[in-house]
Design a protein around this ligand. Structure first.
Ligand SMILES: Cc1cc2nc3c(=O)[nH]c(=O)nc-3n(C[C@H](O)[C@H](O)[C@H](O)COP(=O)(O)O)c2cc1C
Length: 363
């Protein structure tokens, strides 16, 4: 009797190709960036053969629906819709009032008053069933999640519609939780990354760089792993692939594209020497996030002041930024950017994808 031998390569989990999984041409994801990514950006990236993303974490269900439909009108290719799974904030009036009073002098510089109460400006995906309805109805090819994972019922419902699901991990433990929740891919976010850290628990941060985290997560999961954090060039993407990543997710690189919603001041900061100085602060939103250092990163309140939970702190700082902006001062804006910010290139998204592909040697 003939015996057939099937040899399964030992590194089969590591060689999953993002292109095959997502039906795209290149293993590159334009990161979702709430407030910065746009339908035009996501569609341009997807039309260029990578995966464009919409950052819908700060959007109402109606707005999220609109953005997905607007993207669909601009591309027939797969794209990703991203949501936040943060826990609801504790509404502690004493903490809020202490913080508001501590911030009053900063508002006074711009002849403004701080808000009397802090609002929960973003509702998490797990706390608003309408957001799930939007995903089920619009069926983006991919849905991704930051700050946690969707509920088991939501995962089952989205998977039943054929939607690929991705979760962001900043630790091995979070990667395990993403796998246990039944998601299809892990995006590992290194400390170099721009924007909010994806920590499930906003008060603890292992602080691993992307290479270290990628290696550790690959060792414990069979899921495809996408690397994110400080990746700006095709050479960076190639290096991550050589370490076993299924692909790379780039945010800051795409923030400078003309199709993004970045403000002029943000673009100017990305293009200036200020881009060499990024830092992580909880002071802007109540969660750790990396951006180009400006007044918003400064010590506006002392360590004796407890920051209200995310996104309550963000509500107040957005009001402060608006007050400063009325005086033409953009120093209180959140200019989220990763450590690779000085390498950002202000080119059309399709041209950037093309440059990344060539630098990576994919063509
Ligand atoms: C301006 C900006 C906004 C971001 N907003 C989101 C978001 O809404 N959802 C999300 O999952 N990640 C968000 N991120 C993080 C990215 O998903 C990704 O981890 C990060 O951009 C990778 O690092 P890089 O910026 O150095 O490429 C944001 C990043 C930036 C730069």
């Amino acid at each position: 009797m003939d015996i057939l031998l099937f040899v399964i390569p030992e590194d089969s989990a590591m060689t999953v190709r993002l292109e095959h999984l997502l039906a795209i041409d290149w293993p590159i994801i334009q990161a979702p960036m709430a407030g910065v990514s746009t339908p035009a950006l996501a569609a341009a990236v997807s039309n260029a053969g990578a995966l464009g993303s919409l950052g819908l974490g700060a959007s109402s269900p109606g707005k999220a629906f609109e953005m997905i439909q607007a993207t669909r009108l601009l591309t027939a290719r797969p794209f990703n819709a991203n949501f936040f799974c943060h826990a609801r904030p504790a509404h502690d009036d004493a903490v809020a009032q202490h913080f508001i009073e501590a911030m009053r002098p900063a508002f006074a510089r711009f002849d403004a008053e701080p808000p009397e109460v802090l609002r929960e400006i973003y509702t998490g995906f797990n706390d608003d069933p309408e957001l799930l309805e939007v995903v089920l109805e619009t069926r983006p090819a991919v849905a991704s999640f930051h700050f946690g994972v969707p509920s088991p019922g939501a995962v089952t419902a989205m998977k039943a519609r054929g939607i690929m699901l991705a979760g962001c991990a900043t630790t091995v433990q979070e990667a395990r939780q993403i796998e246990a929740a039944g998601l299809d891919m892990v995006v590992v976010q290194g400390l170099e990354a721009g924007g909010h850290r994806g920590n499930f628990d906003a008060t603890s941060d292992a602080g691993s760089g992307v290479r270290e985290l990628l290696r550790h997560v690959l060792a414990v999961t069979d899921l495809p792993v996408v690397a994110a954090g400080g990746l700006m060039t095709g050479q960076d993407i190639r290096a991550m692939q050589e370490e076993g990543a299924a692909g790379a997710q780039l945010g800051t690189a795409f923030a400078a594209c003309p199709e993004s919603a970045a403000s002029d001041a943000y673009r100017a900061a990305l293009a200036s020497k200020a881009a060499y100085h990024t830092g992580i602060t909880r002071g802007i939103s109540g969660r750790p996030a990396r951006g180009i250092i400006n007044q918003a990163h400064g010590e506006l309140v002392g360590p004796e002041v407890t920051l209200p939970d995310y996104p309550l702190t963000y509500d107040l700082n957005k009001a402060l930024n608006a007050a400063a902006a009325r005086y033409g001062n953009t120093d209180y804006a959140a200019h989220w950017a990763g450590e690779g910010a000085p390498l950002s290139r202000a080119m059309q998204a399709a041209t950037l994808v093309d440059a990344l592909v060539r630098e990576a040697g994919f063509l």
